[in-house]
Design a protein around this ligand. Structure first.
Ligand code: EPZ
Length: 423
């Protein structure tokens, strides 16, 4: 297994290119199941999760070609051979559940393994299933699988009211509604940029969708969808992660491809902490010129609020802030597992339920630490960039799920970082 070794090396400077969004690509790829015609995605990120989704689609009989060094995905579901998503693939990645809506809508039936537990929370899929029931589907949980059946004539349009915001349930219901008979209204829908990106791709395929990006999305079902070519939106979580690198160690870095509207709530917190963020023709320039950052309080919320996927990275910054910060995690019930690892590096953090109190210390010290999930792993790397001495991060396979070329990108702005085989 690989490890990443980071040595604190002072201020950073230069440019970091930001890739296409993992969480957009993982819902755009299943959209190919809605049509007989080819769907091509450009600006696709090169990540292990994308490879898992490729394996899943191919197991259903879809063609998925990875071109141009993996940045272009040419897909076709013209000759699908199965509507069953096997546990062996689904257990590797929860987003696999996003094939259920498209399969049910186009073929009238599907069997998809339930994803099982996750490090950051229980993460049930009940809202997904309720949405399909609201469109007339019959669902049965049997042998660890969801067995779904559409009514004769296919799914019917309906009112889907989410009791709380769910990104995945909104995406699954949105895809299914494109081929349902009549009108579907998704109420209290998620508003994330990845949802808008999915809706725009579906519109290119011929879907009739209004209200994407708001909490009420209306879909007029059509008989069939065509093909399209679609550019995957920038990864705002990768963007936010690299914006924190100069914030933590000082210096100035331009993140290529980023825009403030993808991360307004996050940028407000950086500003309050004393970090300057400036839009440039190519992206966002982030700088920390002065001394220590100021403590700020953060509460994670659905978009346009502060993203939960940047909470761990923000905690790494606040470990050496002037003063005490309170972080509230409102989306997932178990998303502070990076805290004990940061404490190993000398941080002062108190966790009670969904609240973490971070008392800023002068500096962190390098130590051997363990990655526990995707965002936790990169928060340890960020902390290591500013720590005295060497930080050795183990279990970096978590990182590969969501970050491409971390070592090359950070080295490119002056970080001292390397990837090694575990001894
Ligand atoms: C998406 O997960 C992202 N994953 C997550 O990113 C992200 O943290 C999350 O949205 C919130 O922004 C992908 O897009 C692949 P939810 P998703 O449904 O769709 C509960 C990362 O690091 N819930 O919005 O699974 C759920 O347990 C990952 O890249 C139900 O109870 O998130 C959670 O507490 C991690 N029942 C809350 O809602 C349901 O049926 C929000 O989950 C669905 C969700």
């Amino acid at each position: 297994m690989d490890q990443i070794i980071v040595t604190g090396n002072g201020p950073l400077s230069g440019q970091i290119p930001i890739a296409g969004a993992k969480n957009a690509c993982l819902t755009l790829m299943p959209a190919t199941l809605l049509s007989e015609e080819p769907l091509t995605l450009t600006n696709a990120p090169r990540l292990s999760d994308i490879r898992t989704m490729t394996t899943l689609l191919q197991s259903l009989g879809a063609e998925v070609q990875s071109l141009q060094d993996g940045q272009v995905l040419a897909m076709s579901s013209h000759d699908l051979t199965s509507t069953r998503a096997e546990y062996d693939i689904v257990r590797k990645m929860r987003a696999s559940i996003l094939v259920l809506g498209p399969l049910l809508a186009r073929f009238g039936h599907a069997e998809v393994s339930l994803p099982g537990g996750c490090a950051i929370g229980a993460r049930p899929v009940d809202l997904h299933l309720k949405a399909f029931e609201a469109m007339g589907a019959e669902l049965e949980l049997r042998d660890g699988y969801v067995h779904a059946k559409a009514p004769v004539g296919g799914l019917r349009g309906g009112i889907v009211e989410f009791p709380f915001v769910s990104v995945g349930a909104t995406e699954n219901a949105l895809m299914a509604a494109t081929l349902a008979k009549g009108t579907t209204v998704l109420m209290n829908a998620a508003r994330e940029p990845e949802i808008v990106d999915l809706a725009q791709c579906l519109q290119k395929m011929g879907a009739q969708i209004d209200g994407e990006g708001t909490s009420e999305i209306t879909v007029q079902g059509v008989d069939r969808l065509g093909g399209a070519t679609h550019r995957v939106v920038t990864d705002r979580i990768e963007l936010g992660t690299y914006m924190l690198a100069p914030a933590i160690c000082g210096g100035e870095v331009e993140c290529l491809g980023g825009t403030i509207n993808l991360l307004a709530a996050f940028c407000e917190k950086l500003d309050a902490a004393g970090i300057s963020v400036e839009e440039t023709p190519n992206g966002l320039k982030v700088a920390r010129k002065g001394g220590r950052v100021s403590a700020v309080d953060v509460t994670t919320e659905p978009f346009p609020g502060f993203p939960t996927d940047l909470q761990a990275q923000m905690m790494a910054l606040l470990c050496t802030a002037e003063g005490t910060s309170v972080l509230e995690e409102k989306i997932f019930e178990n998303r502070f597992m990076h805290a004990p690892e940061l404490i190993r590096m000398g941080a002062s953090i108190d966790v009670h339920g969904g609240t973490a109190t971070v008392k800023g210390v002068d500096h962190l010290k390098g130590a051997p630490v363990m990655a526990t999930d995707l965002r936790a792993s990169v928060s340890l790397i960020l902390a290591g960039l500013a720590a005295e001495g060497e930080t050795v991060v183990s279990r970096v396979y978590h990182l590969d799920r969501g970050y491409e070329h971390v070592v090359r990108k950070l080295e490119g702005v002056g970080a001292k970082i390397e990837r090694v085989k575990e001894q």
